[in-house]
Design a binder for this molecule. Structure first.
Ligand code: FAD
Length: 252
């Protein structure tokens, strides 16, 4: 019908599977790779959304997993994958995939764990391990749009070498404050936190609730539960604490 066209990025319903071509594989940490993807009919995405990857074996067996989009809305599609040694899908994506390979993907997916400039802030971003991926997209979105919304990022990883996007994060300035915590190993002189995120760490690093912050919390399920519960206990409005659980039981 004439006059009722809906922009594709806003249309509802699942997108079809399509074939993407790997354009780049970048080593982020010993076990993490960022994979650039060329997707011919990509409809555009918003910072915080994810996509699904489907691997199919020769015998027809297939496995699907979700991966956050690591890129701001205007940037080419990329995902950042952490290898789980006993995993079915992530070892293939991080070790075997090469530039030029093809991958079945579907997306973008999700409309809840999303930040756009108009959503404002101040922003409290809390990441456990690879949970930093969609939050990096949000930071890039903020930068690209010229937003001056103040941000506090709390990022928990096991060791220094497991911090993803370290150089990029260290280069953040202009209203972005970052607190790190390393839970398993700290080198001499480490100035950040040295334990799992708890109520006291949150009280010291998060915006006071009086500033009406908007929080995005992402990572392994146990990390997300701890942080989200802690923020609500500090007075954050539950409706302004957005969560994305990556699965798994252990936290960084
Ligand atoms: C919305 C969404 C977005 C995601 N985005 C990312 C992303 O950006 N980067 C990324 O690396 N992963 C992301 N994940 C996790 C990803 O979908 C897979 O679960 C992960 O790659 C493991 O898949 P696998 O097949 O290698 O392991 P599996 O074979 O599924 O699992 C192997 C073992 O690891 C455990 N496990 C599964 N997932 C996790 C986890 N996240 N942490 C710890 N242990 C786990 C399982 O319980 C099992 O014991 C996301 C998940 C969701 C739901």
């Amino acid at each position: 019908m004439e006059g009722t066209a809906v922009p594709r990025r806003l249309s509802s319903g699942p997108r079809p599977w399509e074939v993407a071509t790997v354009t780049a594989v970048t080593r982020e940490t010993p076990s993490v790779r960022t994979i650039g993807l060329a997707v011919p009919s990509w409809p555009g995405h918003r910072a915080g959304q994810h996509l699904d990857v489907r691997l199919t074996a020769e015998d027809g067996y297939s496995a699907e997993r979700s991966y956050s989009i690591a890129a701001a809305a205007d940037d080419p599609v990329a995902i950042t994958v952490e290898r789980l040694d006993d995993g079915e899908v992530s070892p293939y994506l991080t070790e075997d995939l090469r530039v030029g390979d093809q991958l079945e993907i579907r997306g973008p997916v999700g409309g809840y764990f999303v930040w756009e400039t108009a959503d404002g802030g101040p922003l409290l971003l809390a990441a456990g391990g690879s949970g930093i991926v969609p939050l990096r997209a949000i930071l890039r979105q903020r930068e690209h749009s010229g937003s001056d919304v103040p941000v506090r990022l709390l990022y928990s990883a096991r060791t220094l070498s497991e911090l993803i996007y370290r150089n990029e994060l260290d280069g953040q300035h202009d209203g972005v404050e970052i607190s790190y915590t390393l839970t398993r190993e700290q080198l001499a002189g480490w100035a950040g936190y040295a334990r799992r995120v708890d109520r006291a760490v949150l009280a010291e690093t998060a915006w006071p609730e009086g500033k009406h912050p908007l929080a995005f919390v992402c990572g392994p399920t146990s990390f997300v539960e701890t942080v989200a519960t802690g923020l609500v206990a500090l007075g954050y409005e539950p409706g302004r604490v957005k969560t994305e659980r990556f699965g798994g039981t252990g936290g960084p």
